[in-house]
Design a protein around this ligand. Structure first.
Ligand code: PDD
Length: 285
């Protein structure tokens, strides 16, 4: 089946889906995005993803391309046209097309909107979660507003490539004080050696992950001791468990960090339980 992409008002064959060479996303990374999980043909926590998209747009003073209910229709239509049952839907908004000039274009410039969807193999993802994955640490190298889900991802690209070259699935950024901030495309968590669930507070140094918020709700509902505080790499090495969260992978256990086994070197019970319970706490649409 051929894939379909939505580009500025039209559903097009994926291979023909293009934006203008002077799109500000292409030239300046002047745009934002969202990735929403699709499960059993429905969107997971779409409302929160659209709210975060609205916030990212507002922070960068990009005009929303359409109101949330209309955007929701485009997302569902793109998922349906691509017959995605399990996978992700991707939405990107840029400041539009204008003659190259760093400062904002004329206010009337229309933002560009692109939506794509693709299937992910659910059983393969479950197998990966059952095995657990490796992570390597890298120095934090990003700008100071990573709370905005901007498409400017070059440091994330380089970190992820470094991880891949080390045989790892993800890279965790470490700030100057030795604290883990987050992953190249996920939030970072540990279960400390005294059994506390730790993740960094969502300040401007991390993306306020939707999956992160859900895991916090699951943890509270199950009476786990949850602390929103930064943790060091040393704490992570000594942790009972570690895991990461993101819409594309939910809760993914980390079993090695910089080549050292975490806990027993196998997925732990807390991460497994949080993953199992995750979708009981999400909204489907
Ligand atoms: N990444 N931190 C970063 C830097 C991310 O890129 C992501 C998501 C997250 C987790 O956020 P959420 O739980 O809302 O997906 C944290 C997406 C999936 C991506 O870039 O593909």
């Amino acid at each position: 089946m051929s894939r379909i992409a939505y580009v500025n008002g039209r559903y097009q064959p994926h291979r023909d889906a293009v934006v203008h060479v002077e799109d500000r996303g292409y030239q300046f990374s002047d745009g934002v995005y969202e990735v929403c999980e699709v499960r059993d043909g429905r969107l997971v926590d779409e409302r929160r993803h659209l709210a975060r998209l609205a916030r990212s747009l507002a922070e960068l003073r990009i005009t929303p391309p359409m109101a949330a209910p209309a955007l929701s229709i485009v997302l569902h239509e793109t998922v349906a046209r691509n017959r995605v049952r399990d996978g992700i839907v991707y939405v990107q908004v840029t400041r539009g097309v204008a003659r190259r000039d760093h400062a904002f274009p004329a206010p009337a410039t229309a933002p560009s909107l692109v939506v794509t969807a693709r299937s992910l193999d659910r059983s393969k993802r479950e197998e990966e979660a059952a095995r657990g994955v490796s992570v390597v640490t890298v120095p934090e190298s990003r700008w100071s507003r990573v709370d905005i889900k901007s498409i400017a991802l070059l440091p994330n690209v380089l970190a992820k490539q470094f991880a891949r070259e080390q045989g790892a699935r993800e890279a965790w950024y470490v700030d100057r004080d030795g604290f883990v901030t987050e992953g190249a495309s996920s939030n970072a968590w540990i279960v400390s050696d005294d059994g506390r669930l730790l993740t960094r507070p969502a300040d401007q140094r991390i993306l306020r992950g939707i999956s992160r918020a859900i895991v916090m709700e699951v943890a509270r509902a199950h009476g786990l001791v949850l602390e929103e505080r930064p943790f060091t790499v040393a704490e992570a090495y000594a942790a009972r468990e570690a895991f990461m969260t993101a819409a594309s992978q939910i809760v993914l256990p980390v079993v090695r960090l910089d080549g050292r086994p975490i806990g027993a070197g196998a997925p732990g019970p807390v991460a497994a339980a949080l993953r199992r319970e995750f979708h009981r706490h999400t909204e489907f649409s």
